[in-house]
Ligand binder design. Sequence first.
Ligand SMILES: C[S@@+](CC[C@H](N)C(=O)[O-])C[C@H]1O[C@@H](n2cnc3c(N)ncnc32)[C@H](O)[C@@H]1O
Length: 359
Amino acid sequence: MTPTRSFLITTAPGLEPVVRKELDDLGVDANVTDAGLTTKLPLADGAALAARLRTAAHVLLRVADGRVANLDELARLVRTTQWGELLDPRARVDVDAVLHGRLAGRRDIVAKKVENALKDALRGKPRALKEWPKLEQRLLVRVDGDTVQLSLEVGGEPLYKRGWRPAGGMAPLREHIAASMLVAAGYDGDEPLVDPMCGSGTIVIEAARIAAGLPPGTRRYAYEEWPALATARPRPPTPSGASPFLLGADRDEAPLGHAKENAGRARVRVAWLHTDVDALELPAGPGLIATNPPWGGRLGGDVEGAYHRLARLLERSPGWRMIFLCPDASRARLVSKRATRLTSFRAGTIEVGMWAIDR
Ligand SMILES: C[S@@+](CC[C@H](N)C(=O)[O-])C[C@H]1O[C@@H](n2cnc3c(N)ncnc32)[C@H](O)[C@@H]1O
């Protein structure tokens, strides 16, 4: 039997049941813990989750754990860990430390110590990769009292960085949250979908990649350069031909421009419309309206008016159901008295509800 390894999958706190739903659909058993979801899988299968999961922010492989009394013992744990199947001797490794207890506040010192110990551990090994490694590897050191865990970020960069948004591009909604709305709504990729307040298009582009049978990201993942997996790179799937009606609309032209460019980079076909919600007419249902209306705060404007407009859109669109984000229950019920909160999650300091209205 292939040996298994321990993986931790994280998301915004509160959205773990949605990640579990996606894992269930992939046939993966996982337990929800305080830290996230844990599962045990063969190395290649667990690593591949980074490229397959739409709702996760991070997939971490537990590489080692133990008890250490001081920094020298921590360095010894790093030096005696078997890195050969994970890190090429020439890999660029960014070390980050999360520290509780005695070492709290000594993040840089701990990271440096681990970095040096890792260099010692990798020294002298034969070159495992044919090409010079290009992707950055990220090692996370978690110390709580005398307990230490060493984990590698399977994806390298966080998984909501899909590769189709330009670096530094505005992302008012993280991609894994948009995907979580779709998974929570049971979106299957066949149903017509509209985001009437689409901004830079995150929700519609996520839906379009589901509909086309494409993986969430267009980028490479750190695990593709792990020596044990380097020869097993997955071939990109061929997009399916059929595509449902997918529309992103916004009354503001500037974010729509970003949405179009993002869709091009994500290699999906979506219709974009420059219009106020009040002027939007949807085709006959069934269909799903999935949207992230303004929450107030920094963007300001007539926030309540946006919820009234969504209520009118739903009223004149028979057969359409809706999923939307809203931090405030009374505002959510302005859209419909039938709105029910599927779940909620933390976005910075705010608790945001994910609300559904059936047809
Ligand atoms: C929070 S942002 C959506 C961000 C989006 N989910 C993304 O990924 O970029 C809200 C959007 O609603 C749009 N909006 C607000 N009121 C609107 C209205 N009456 N009609 C159409 N769009 C509206 C704003 O222009 C803004 O782009």
